[in-house]
Design a binder for this molecule. Structure first.
Ligand SMILES: [Zn+2]
Length: 352
């Protein structure tokens, strides 16, 4: 028996090939070594990358082995949909996930402006994990840096909303109001998961005796549950003043709250509406709904939930009305023996 084994072993390794006991030769293909690919990269590895991106629905051109702007954009979208840093550089982390079975395919984008009435996203109306809005653009591509500073270069939003934002800020400039910043816009489901977890961890680090559940409840006061943030729609912006910690009380805030309606935006979370929206008032969070709807809401002092409820009440055969429960009370955090949660202007967008 030992003799037979010795013969097999001796005959075994021949020039990198592998002989099995019945002498069938199997060539072992080594796992391809993953090398970072980025703009300017060329060759077979880029072809393989493009083919895989196409298979998952992120790349629509014929693979040509050139890491073009389209390839970069496809990598970015893949990264964003898979919870990776969306920088358009296919590093080892991106490539490993891309070629694995865990890679999430491109979801079919949703036309968030197709409905007759504005899309509602809140705690009772979440979007699914695979939700991606249609027509996302990079803010840095569409907004003049002199008009508005984009705090994070990868920030995206729906094209129509970005165009309305630019028109609005140009009008503000005409009125002598400049110096704006966008600190958040579209946020993917994965990004919201990361944002919430970061907030929970901050609370746990600050308050060693807190349970995870208590930290989570506290975090949910300022960061929406994944799926429940309006930022998923690509129609919401957090707008403020660069390098300023407070937005409320600034001349920019005053101008915005007076004029945003004329450009199709609403101040989504207003004081006095907390019990309906389920969120603390946020002077800096605006949402694009279109001029017609925005003006009706302004005139009636309705938040989006109230507007949609009024519309539903007027529509015959519409049985479903909005849930009138008080979500804020439900989620209330017991802070008895604690310092209270500090008000954070940028609360929804912690610096990472
Ligand atoms: Zn916001």
């Amino acid at each position: 028996m030992a003799g037979v084994l010795a013969v097999v072993l001796m005959a075994g390794v021949v020039g990198g090939a592998w002989a099995t006991a019945d002498t069938e030769v199997v060539t072992v293909t080594p796992a391809p070594k993953l090398r970072t690919l980025k703009s300017g990269s060329k060759g077979e590895e880029v072809v393989r990358l493009q083919e895989r991106l196409a298979e998952l629905g992120y790349y629509t051109l014929a693979p040509d082995g050139k890491y073009s702007a389209e390839t970069k954009a496809a990598v970015k979208t893949f990264q964003a949909a898979n919870g990776l840093k969306a920088d358009g550089v296919a590093g080892v982390k991106t490539l490993t996930l891309l070629y694995s079975d865990e890679a999430i395919a491109a979801p079919k984008p949703v036309d968030v402006l197709a409905g007759e009435y504005p899309m509602l996203v809140n705690k009772e109306h979440p979007v699914p994990e695979t939700f991606v809005p249609q027509d996302l653009v990079m803010l840095t591509d569409d907004c003049d840096a002199k008009l508005v500073k984009i705090k994070y270069s990868q920030t995206q939003a729906v094209k129509t909303a970005v165009d309305a934002l630019v028109t609005m800020l140009e009008a503000a400039k005409e009125d002598g109001i400049t110096n704006w910043q966008i600190s958040a816009a579209y946020r993917s489901y994965q990004k919201q998961v990361t944002t919430l977890n970061a907030k929970i961890n901050t609370y746990l680090e600050r308050n060693k005796e807190w349970s995870k559940n208590k930290a989570r409840k506290a975090a949910l006061k300022t960061v929406a549950e994944p799926g429940c943030s309006e930022h998923h729609t690509g129609l919401a912006f957090d707008i403020n003043v660069p390098k300023s910690s407070a937005f409320k009380g600034t001349k920019q805030c005053t101008w915005l709250h007076e004029h945003c309606w004329d450009y199709g935006f609403i101040v989504r979370y207003q004081e006095g509406k907390e019990n309906i929206t389920g969120f603390t008032a946020e002077a800096w969070h605006i949402r694009y709904v279109g001029v017609e709807h925005a003006k009706i809401m302004q005139k009636n002092n309705w938040c989006l939930e109230e507007y949609l409820e009024a519309v539903a009440a007027e529509t015959p055969d519409e049985e479903e009305t909005l849930d009138e429960e008080d979500p804020l009370t439900e989620d209330e955090v017991e802070m008895s023996d604690e310092e209270e949660i500090p008000a954070e202007e940028d609360a929804e967008t912690p610096d990472e």
